[in-house]
Design a binder for this molecule. Structure first.
Ligand SMILES: Nc1ncnc2c1ncn2[C@@H]1O[C@H](COP(=O)(O)OP(=O)(O)O)[C@@H](O)[C@H]1O
Ligand SMILES: [Mg+2]
Length: 264
């Protein structure tokens, strides 16, 4: 399912956080939006499944226009467009198993043996199948950060989404867990034919994972292209400086004109 964003504008009071952003992700694409802290990555992602309504612009998912949807349509949309929150946002009062079962029951109406089978499949999808028995007892709080993130991915998959949105999937994880979670996001995209959007300040993750990368700074995309093109254009550590916020806003010399770099 493809994603198309045009002229997306998001404000915080009088301040323009996102300034007429355009973005196109083809069906099955894996697009990484890279940016430093506070540049508006989460707010952009939230607009993609209607958690936030932009001040201006349009968001299309498949053939549907998101910004004009009512609550009911938004609920339907959010089954197709899963959102994996930065801090996993699992239900702490439920077991790991029930966290995943909840999604499949509430949104797809699965019950009984079908439901159990689906939960096991989702756990297997994120490499946690050997723990099925203990997952019925364990609370998310008992898991490591990396495991919690994998459970959050499993819960998102239990919705049978067509699009998956990831907010800072490696934030707070050690390098080994970050790599594992990155690999999983790539595998889910490839094997399940998902369309994936990842927002992150993790340059290594972006380089490893992305089909295409957009670099967000000062409310605009200052680069759009492949990982290889980004590497070429940032030899002097320029991208890292963007991510650390030293080149934010007006002083920033764009790496390339917005949305044109690397597009044939
Ligand atoms: N309570 C709030 N609600 C919405 N926007 C906020 C709020 N507080 C701050 N903002 C603005 O939104 C900007 C972008 O926030 P966010 O999308 O969370 O950034 P990022 O995810 O890139 O770190 C912030 O820099 C700030 O100006
Ligand atoms: Mg954020």
């Amino acid at each position: 399912m493809k994603l198309e964003v045009e002229g997306l504008t998001v404000r915080f009071g009088p301040r323009v956080v996102l300034d007429r952003i355009d973005l196109a992700v083809p069906s099955g694409g894996l697009h990484v939006i890279l940016g430093g802290s506070g540049v508006g990555k989460s707010r952009l992602l939230r607009c993609l499944n209607g958690l936030e309504r932009p001040a201006a612009g349009t968001v299309r998912v498949g053939e549907r226009e998101v910004t004009s949807m009512g609550e009911r349509e938004l609920e339907e949309l959010r089954q197709d467009v899963g959102y994996v929150f930065q801090h996993s946002a699992l239900f702490d009062s439920m077991s790991v198993f029930d966290n995943i079962a909840w999604a499949a029951r509430e949104h797809r109406g699965l019950r009984g043996a079908d439901l159990r089978e689906e939960v096991v499949r989702c756990l297997a999808r994120v490499g946690l199948q050997t723990f099925v028995e203990s997952m019925e007892r364990l609370a998310p709080a008992a898991l490591s950060g990396g495991e919690r993130k994998r459970v959050a991915l499993a819960r998102a998959m239990a919705l049978a989404p067509r699009v998956l949105l990831h907010d800072e999937p490696t934030a707070g994880l050690d390098p080994a867990s970050s790599r594992l979670v990155g690999d999983l996001i790539g595998a889910l995209n490839k094997d399940e034919g998902l369309t994936s959007v990842v927002v992150t300040h993790d340059l290594d993750l972006a380089m490893r994972l992305a089909h295409r990368i957009s670099l967000l700074a000062g409310g605009r995309f200052v680069f759009e292209g492949t990982a290889g093109q980004l590497r070429e254009r940032s030899a002097g550590g320029e991208v890292r400086r963007y991510l650390e916020g030293e080149r934010a806003d007006e002083d920033a010399e764009p790496l390339a004109s917005p949305l044109t770099a690397g597009q044939e």
